[in-house]
Design a binder for this molecule. Structure first.
Ligand code: NAG
Ligand code: CU
Length: 233
């Protein structure tokens, strides 16, 4: 009894610092948790992926092959938001990636495997060289991205990823928090050149300078986001 109480308290303390991206908000409509986002393996623990070579890097799915109940219709060029459970509690960069669903599949059925992903957003810190870095997502309970106006119409997986760097000074110390929403894009011009598509796992190495990173000392003077450059219309 005593032991299990202690374990429960420790688990609760860890869960407070960790986080998930379980819901979406679009045009003022907020989804239920895991209704438009595939339920993740950490939906209860809120814990991170720490092995960038793990199959969980795709969408962190608890139930591969099941998909989320709903796909959100979105207009190219509009703003799409993920709600955070409960807030981005650790410092680090925010990334968004999209993967177009292949012909014959849907956003509900596509597994997101293979070289299918392009990056649509990344951010970096302010305060480089000062010893105190600030990240745009610090403490946020919602994170948003603009769906590029030039994407092709159709169904996509939209992958949000936050990389917590507080322990990233040793290999395997970075904490990746991520999930995938199912979206259906209309109004896109289709002129986007996505460049080289990447896979998850595969896009990152444990020793990439943006993954293996000393956040505190020596004082960082630069930050290099892992993965490809974000696409431009
Ligand atoms: C995606 O949008 C197109 C165009 O509006 C529509 O025909 C199609 O049914 C939508 N698919 C889903 C899964 O909502
Ligand atoms: Cu945490």
């Amino acid at each position: 009894m005593k032991v299990s109480t202690t374990v429960a308290l420790l688990a609760a303390a860890g869960a407070q610092a960790h986080y998930t991206f379980p819901r979406t908000k679009y045009d003022g409509t907020v989804s239920a948790d895991w209704e438009t986002v595939r339920i993740t393996e950490n939906h209860y623990s809120n814990g991170p992926v720490t092995d960038v070579n793990s199959a969980l890097m795709t969408c962190y799915e608890r139930d591969p092959g099941v998909g989320a109940a709903k796909t959100v219709n979105v207009r190219a060029g509009s703003t799409f938001t993920f709600g955070v459970g409960s807030s981005v509690g650790h410092p680090g960069p925010l990334h968004f990636y999209m993967a177009k669903v292949p012909a014959g599949q849907t956003a509900k059925t596509f597994d997101g495997k293979g070289a299918v992903w392009f990056k649509i957003y990344q951010d970096g810190p302010s305060g480089l060289g000062t010893g105190t870095l600030k990240w745009p997502s610090d403490g946020k309970s919602e994170v948003s991205v603009t769906i590029p106006s030039c994407v092709a119409n159709g169904e996509y997986l939209l992958r949000v990823e936050h990389i917590a760097l507080h322990g990233a000074g040793s290999v395997g110390g970075a904490q990746l928090y991520l999930s995938c929403a199912q979206i259906n894009v209309t109004g896109g011009s289709g002129s986007l050149n996505t460049g080289q598509l990447v896979s998850f796992p595969g896009a990152y190495k444990a020793t990439d300078p943006g993954i293996l990173f000393q956040l505190y000392w020596p004082t960082p003077t630069s930050y290099i986001n892992p993965g490809p450059a974000p696409v431009k219309c």
